[in-house]
Design a protein around this ligand. Structure first.
Ligand SMILES: Nc1ncnc2c1ncn2[C@@H]1O[C@H](COP(=O)(O)OP(=O)(O)O)[C@@H](O)[C@H]1O
Ligand SMILES: [Mg+2]
Length: 287
């Protein structure tokens, strides 16, 4: 069975999507692993970065996104098919990376998200509200070595659907006070979800992103994260620290055609950080 990792933080803009995509691309391209990225975030950023807006729009109309999966539960329909929704060999690198697949999200999930909260639990039967995704993808999981789930910046029902198929979760943070503030909440809420479902979901660690070494607050916060590894409940601070760089930001533009990963991420920064991070992640999950 695959190693399943949720990438999560209650805060937006910390690099969840960018890190998910870089990890997925490097695992598939450099490590020859079969990888599925599940875009659970209604912001749909990972989807658009991996397939572009046009393909997304066509698939969205046909109900081939995770929005349809949740809409089916609301409207008592069964239009969604994971088989049809999963897109093979995605990314703007080399016209698509072999072994990197995507289960896309939809911007329309934003509105649906609010409605889902009000669905009576009975509507989900025989499913439970948190197992909707699990039931939909269960047959596809064995085909992958690694599954990366790009989570929305909350711990709502949609995020919980991703967490309960995960054995691990990774917390990207900007090493500043506001971005690290929510870590204890994430850890304790996921611990509770683990306890109530009987599913072990382990913290993989915190990865510092958008690090500015001239910024004294960033260096202080990094030291604090390292010192608090044990009692913070997040298991570890990754050795790899990803600097703030315009190249990382530009890499999310699908319309920029890239021949290979160096073309996308450079030879030095941030390429070497993303490859080092990937190696750390693979070592810790033993994929
Ligand atoms: N290391 C980095 N350096 C500079 N900009 C970054 C870096 N990582 C992410 N970004 C940019 O920061 C913004 C938020 O990143 P994103 O991955 O979308 O975060 P999230 O998914 O947590 O909301 C995006 O514009 C992205 O391009
Ligand atoms: Mg995101």
């Amino acid at each position: 069975m695959p190693k399943v990792i949720s990438i999560i933080n209650l805060k937006g803009g910390v690099g969840k999507t960018t890190i998910t995509i870089a990890l997925g691309e490097i695992m598939a391209f450099n490590h020859n692993l079969k990888v599925l990225i599940i875009d659970l975030d209604p912001q749909t950023n990972a989807t658009v970065a991996l397939i572009g807006e046009d393909v997304w729009a066509r698939r969205n109309i046909r109900g081939q996104t995770l929005m349809q999966l949740f809409r089916d539960k609301l409207e008592n329909t069964s239009i969604f098919s994971a088989e049809e929704a999963i897109i093979k060999n995605v990314s703007n690198v080399g016209g698509g990376i072999n072994g990197l697949d995507l289960l896309p999200s939809s911007l329309d999930l934003i509105e649906l998200q609010d409605l889902i909260i009000n669905i009576p639990v009975s509507r989900f039967l025989p499913f439970k509200p948190v197992t909707v995704l699990a039931e939909a993808v269960v047959d596809h999981l064995p085909g992958y070595d690694v599954i990366l789930i790009d989570c929305p910046p909350n711990l709502g029902l949609i995020t919980q659907n991703g967490l309960i198929i995960s054995q691990h979760y990774l917390i990207p943070v900007i090493p500043d006070v506001l971005s690290t503030y929510g870590i204890p909440q994430i850890v304790s809420r996921i611990k509770r979800l683990s306890a109530s479902t009987g599913i072990a979901i382990h913290p993989l660690g915190v990865v510092a992103n958008k690090f500015r070494k001239q910024n004294i607050h960033h260096t202080n916060q990094l030291t604090l994260l390292k010192l608090s590894e044990a009692e913070g409940g997040y298991h570890r601070l990754f050795n790899t620290v990803i600097p703030e760089t315009s190249r990382a930001a530009a890499a999310m533009d699908f319309t920029a055609v890239c021949m290979n990963l160096h073309h996308k991420y450079g030879y030095e920064i941030p390429y070497t950080m993303y490859t080092a991070l990937t190696e750390e992640v693979l070592k810790y999950v033993q994929a």
